[in-house]
Design a protein around this ligand. Structure first.
Ligand code: NAP
Length: 237
């Protein structure tokens, strides 16, 4: 399987969950982390990491080719890598707009296209797009980010229709607020307010989402497809 952006945060939780389950896991990020070094030692026979900028098409293509060369097949793709830039659209820097769209949307489309071709040949596969509740309900100061996340949910629905008859299932998971580096942009008052409004009474942890990825990508799941699974402790209930 491939998990994009698995070096830290949610992606690392997803990698960990699948390594624990005995799967072969390939992941990529622009830079390595101590977790990546540990997995390379501990799971040398079934873990692969490459330094890749997913907004660069050539690097992404080389990564997918390296995974196929090593394991021949790719049965699962988890599009997790994503980036956010704060600020209202009217004041946004054009480079920041490009950065978010180039990774979250164009980068995801490119790797999905490459991996889907491999899955089509074998008539099986599971794809999970990590979107966000921000793509469903919006958030002041995150217009570009929320536009890309809503686009991923659209991609999920269309691809599920395109690929359903070929044995490939496609779903989104829309997490609420997770305790990762991405949420470091929120100050303590904002985080407290989110926790107060969340029926579960806490922020999400990567393991909360990793469990759902395992469920959706289980080979036995061939009937839940084209869905956006919201996992936010009840925040948007
Ligand atoms: P994070 O802690 O910032 O981790 C992002 C991961 O993506 C890292 O491994 C990072 O590694 C990698 N990455 C970033 N830019 C990349 C690029 N250009 N090419 C390749 N890899 C890249 O973020 P997170 O909170 O775990 O978020 C993971 C996903 O969950 C994102 O799609 C995010 O939108 C979504 N999400 C997060 C939250 C939240 O509250 N945190 C809520 C809802 C949804 P490098 O920086 O080394 O490249």
């Amino acid at each position: 399987m491939i998990v994009t952006g698995g070096s830290r945060g949610l992606g690392a939780g997803i990698v960990e969950g699948h390594l624990d389950a005995g799967d072969r896991v390939a992941t990529c990020a622009r830079s390595r982390t101590p977790e990546v070094d540990r997995w390379e030692k501990e799971y040398a026979d079934r873990f692969l990491f490459q330094e890749v900028d997913l907004s660069n098409r050539d690097q992404t293509t080389a990564f997918v080719n390296a995974v196929v060369e090593r394991w021949e097949t790719i049965e699962v793709l988890v599009n997790n890598a994503g980036v956010a830039r704060d600020g209202i659209l009217a004041m946004a820097d054009d480079d920041d707009i490009d950065l978010v769209i180039d990774l979250n949307l164009k980068g995801t489309l490119h790797i999905t296209k490459l991996v889907t071709r491999r899955m089509l040949a074998r008539r099986r596969g599971h794809i999970v797009n990590i979107s966000s509740i921000v793509g469903l309900s919006g958030y002041r100061g995150l217009s570009v980010y929320s536009a890309t996340k809503a686009a991923l949910d659209g991609l999920t629905r269309s691809m599920a229709r395109e690929l359903g008859s070929r044995g490939i299932v496609v779903n989104s998971i829309a997490p609420g607020y997770l305790r990762t580096e991405m949420s470091h942009g929120l100050d303590e008052a904002q985080l407290d307010q989110i926790v107060r409004r969340t029926p579960a009474g806490r922020l999400g942890e990567p393991a909360d989402i990793a469990r759902i990825v395992l469920f959706l990508t289980d080979p036995a799941n061939d009937y839940i497809t084209g869905q956006v699974i919201v996992a936010d402790g009840g925040l948007t209930a």
